[in-house]
Design a protein around this ligand. Structure first.
Ligand code: SF4
Length: 224
């Protein structure tokens, strides 16, 4: 088994370590942003058929949903689509049809965090496309963390932490990979449609997410 990656380890070598160490108990999460696309492509090269999961919250843009098939066709990965326990309609009946306005933390907890936690219950390593330059909330992201999840240790591995937005786009273009067309319309970061607008701060690519709500993360990366 190779040594645990450090900040100097390349994304490709970090992925090789993940799959050598954890095999099929490792999977990548993505919402099909450019970083996720680049990471998926690398993972498919390092470990053909690598597991990827996407949470379909029921509130994604059509352009994002189309990325499932586009990514599958272009990359050597296996994509699993997860869904929340309640449909959008069921959630509206129980909690009202604008929970994302009234209590976005609760909406994210039900529609993003819970399905992800269910997936993580069956994994030993969670691979993400987090980057330090994505904004202040991610500036200190380590390359490997060992977290407690469900009474056991889960590795959270972030191979692209040192890449910049330019590095990511250079990779996506150089490999002719598919990407969400909303990125060409002023949305550097795309989430659910009720909580995504064009970026308000050019120095913070996530500034269009939950704009004006005092919220910067859905909770996925702060839950464990
Ligand atoms: S991003 Fe908005 S719509 Fe999506 S789960 Fe969170 S609060 Fe709900």
């Amino acid at each position: 088994m190779s040594l645990q990656p450090s900040d100097e380890t390349s994304p490709r070598d970090t992925l090789a370590w993940v799959f050598d160490t954890y095999g099929d108990r490792a999977a990548l999460s993505t919402a099909f942003g450019p970083s996720g696309v680049a990471l998926m492509h690398l993972a498919g090269e390092v470990n053909p058929g690598a597991r990827v999961f996407f949470v379909d919250t029921g509130f994604h843009f059509d352009e994002t949903l189309a990325m499932v098939e586009r990514a599958h066709a272009a990359m050597n990965v296996t994509i699993e689509v997860l869904t929340p326990r309640l449909t959008v309609e069921e959630q509206a009946l129980v909690h009202g049809d604008q929970l994302y306005v009234i209590d976005p933390d609760r909406c994210c907890a039900m529609r993003k965090v819970e399905p992800t936690q269910r997936m993580l219950d069956g994994l030993d390593a969670w691979v993400t496309a987090l980057r330090r330059d994505q904004g202040p909330s991610r500036a200190r992201t380590p390359i490997v963390e060992h977290k407690q999840h469900g009474g056991r240790t889960l590795a959270k591995v972030n191979p692209l932490v040192r890449w910049t937005s330019k590095d990511v786009w250079r990779y996506v273009i150089a490999h002719d990979l598919p990407y969400n067309p909303l990125h060409d319309q002023g949305y550097p970061s795309v989430g659910c449609w009720p909580c995504t607008q064009a970026a308000t701060d050019p120095g913070d690519e996530r500034s269009g997410r939950w704009a004006g709500k005092g919220k910067t993360e859905c909770g996925l990366h702060t839950m464990i």
